[in-house]
Design a binder for this molecule. Structure first.
Ligand SMILES: O=C(O)CCC(=O)C(=O)O
Ligand SMILES: [Fe+2]
Length: 434
C-alpha cells in the first residue's frame, strides 16, 4: 500500500509541487527554506558576501530542520524562527549553476541562458533606472486611458496615484453605486478576482488574427461587481494588481482588443529600453543551428523589436501569480522583456509541460529576463515574493518629492514587474483594416 505522502504527491504535477513549497505559509514566522531547491536554484545577482545579501539576512536560507533532543535520543523537527533564533540563518550555500551558459551582450554586459530561449541579465537596471521605473510605473503607467485591474469596478479618479501621495483617505465609490443600473451590464461574477484570472484557452497565436477579431465581436466587457463597498484611495492602490500598456489585453477572453485602429501609445522610454536590451543579445548564440527554435525569425529582432503592449504587475508581498504561459501574441516567438523592481521574488520557470520540474529563479530588483523562441511556451509563475528583501536604495530620502516618497512607501511592501511584449510582428497587415 502506498504511503500517504505518495498518494498526495501523485495528485500534483511537478510544477504544482514546487508552487506549493514556495507558497506555504502554514508555519508562522517560518519561510519555506530555499535549501530544498539549492541544487537547481538560480540567483545571479546575489552579492558575493552573505552579510550583504537581503535574501540571506531575511532568513530565506534558514535550515529546514533542527535537532530535537529528548531522553531517548535526537530526532529532527522542522526548523522554526523563534525568539533569539533570528540570527540562525545558516550558512548560505554556493549554488552550482554550472549548467548555465554565459553570453556577452553587445553593450559589454553578461547574460545567462537559464532555459531554452530565456536569458537572464542580472542587475540590468541601475539604481537610478530602478527608481525611475518605480516612479513611472505608479505615476505614469496608471494614468488613463491605460486600464487598471480596478477600472471595471471603481470610478477611479484620473490621478489615482497622485491622490494616494496627497490624500490616501480620499473615498472612491464602486461603479455599481455611481452608474445607473440601466447603463450597467448584468454580472454573474460576484466579486473582483483576488488574482489575475487565468483561463485555459487555445493560444491566440494558433487561432490567428481573424478568429480573435470574430470572437471579440461578441464580448461586451466585464461588468462591475455589485457587492463592492466604497474604499479609500490608499486601500485601492494596495489592491491594484496590474496596469495595461499599449494594446489592451482582455483577461476574460485571453486575447487583445483589436477593435481600435491603434494601440494606446506605449511609453517611449520603456520601448527604447526594451529595444536596446533585445538588440544587445547575440541571438545566434541563443539559437544554434539544430535548435528547435532556430527558424523562429530571431535574425530580425535586433532591428525590428518594438514592444506594443505590456502588463505592469503590482504584487503586495502576500500576492502570487499562478503558473501560466503567455501566448496571446501573434508571433509566438518574439521576445517578452520582463523587468523586476522592489522586493525579490521566486520565479518558477518550467517547460511546455507542467509535469517537468521547474527551475526556481530569484528575480531581484534590477534584473531583466527575456523569454523568446520556445521559451515563450514555458510555464512560469511567481509563487512567492520574498518578504523583507527590499534593497536599501528604496529607503526614503529628504530630497524625495511627494510622489517619490509615496512610490517608496508603496514598494516597501511590494514588488513591481514590467512585462513588455510585441503583439504585431512588423509588416503584419490587419486584414479587416487594410
Ligand atoms: O512577475 C513576474 O516576474 C512574471 C510576470 C508574468 O509572468 C506575466 O506578467 O505574465
Ligand atoms: Fe507570464
Amino acid at each position: 500500500m502506498p504511503s500517504v505522502p505518495d498518494v498526495i504527491t501523485n495528485q500534483y504535477t511537478a510544477f504544482r509541487l514546487a508552487e506549493k513549497h514556495f507558497k506555504n505559509r502554514a508555519v508562522k514566522n517560518k519561510f519555506p527554506s530555499l535549501r530544498k531547491y539549492q541544487d537547481s536554484l538560480v540567483d545571479l545577482s546575489r552579492p558575493d558576501r552573505q552579510e550583504d545579501d537581503e535574501v540571506w539576512k531575511a532568513g530565506w536560507w534558514s535550515p529546514d530542520h533542527e535537532p530535537n533532543m529528548t531522553s531517548s535520543g535526537t530526532s529532527w523537527k522542522p526548523w522554526k524562527m523563534g525568539k533569539g533564533k533570528e540570527k540562525e540563518q545558516g550558512v548560505r550555500p554556493d549554488l552550482p549553476m554550472s549548467d548555465l551558459e554565459a553570453i556577452q551582450l553587445e553593450d559589454g554586459r553578461e547574460g545567462w541562458i537559464v532555459a531554452p530561449g530565456c536569458i537572464l541579465i542580472p542587475n540590468y537596471l541601475s539604481i537610478d533606472d530602478q527608481l525611475e521605473f518605480l516612479h513611472s510605473s505608479l505615476t505614469e503607467y496608471t494614468l488613463p486611458p491605460n486600464p487598471l485591474s480596478l477600472s471595471t469596478h471603481y470610478d477611479l479618479p484620473h490621478n489615482l496615484f497622485e491622490l494616494y501621495s496627497r490624500d490616501p483617505d480620499h473615498i472612491v465609490q464602486p461603479k455599481h453605486l455611481t452608474t445607473p443600473a440601466s447603463q450597467r451590464q448584468s454580472n454573474d461574477a460576484t466579486d473582483i478576482p483576488k488574482s489575475r484570472t487565468l483561463i485555459e484557452t487555445e493560444p491566440a497565436s494558433v487561432i490567428g488574427y481573424d478568429e480573435i477579431v470574430a470572437r471579440n465581436k461578441t464580448w461586451t466587457g466585464d461588468a462591475p461587481s455589485e457587492k463592492l463597498k466604497e474604499k479609500t484611495v490608499g486601500q485601492l492602490v494596495t489592491e491594484m494588481r496590474w496596469a495595461n500598456l499599449g494594446w489592451v489585453y482582455q483577461w476574460s477572453t485571453k486575447s487583445y482588443d483589436f477593435s481600435r485602429d491603434e494601440p494606446i501609445p506605449f511609453p517611449p522610454r520603456l520601448a527604447e529600453l526594451c529595444h536596446q536590451v533585445v538588440s544587445s543579445v547575440p541571438w545566434h548564440r541563443v539559437f544554434a543551428p539544430g535548435d528547435e527554435s532556430y527558424s523562429c525569425g530571431w535574425e530580425n529582432w535586433v532591428k525590428d523589436y518594438a514592444p506594443d503592449t505590456g502588463i505592469v504587475n503590482f504584487y503586495q508581498v502576500k500576492d502570487t501569480l499562478m503558473g501560466h504561459v503567455d501566448r496571446s501574441e501573434l508571433d509566438p516567438a518574439r521576445p517578452l522583456v520582463s523587468l523586476s523592481i522592489g522586493h525579490s521574488a521566486i520565479l518558477l520557470l518550467g517547460t511546455a509541460s507542467r509535469h517537468d520540474p521547474p527551475r526556481p529563479i530569484i528575480l531581484r530588483s534590477g534584473d531583466c529576463l527575456i523569454m523568446s523562441g520556445r521559451g515563450r511556451q514555458a510555464y512560469h509563475g511567481v509563487p512567492r515574493i520574498l518578504e523583507d528583501t527590499l534593497p536599501a536604495h528604496f529607503d526614503s530620502q529628504d530630497t524625495d518629492d511627494d510622489t517619490m516618497r509615496a512610490a517608496k512607501k508603496f514598494i516597501s511592501s511590494a514588488r513591481i514587474n514590467i512585462n513588455a511584449r510585441q503583439v504585431f510582428p512588423p509588416g503584419f497587415v490587419r486584414p479587416d483594416k487594410a
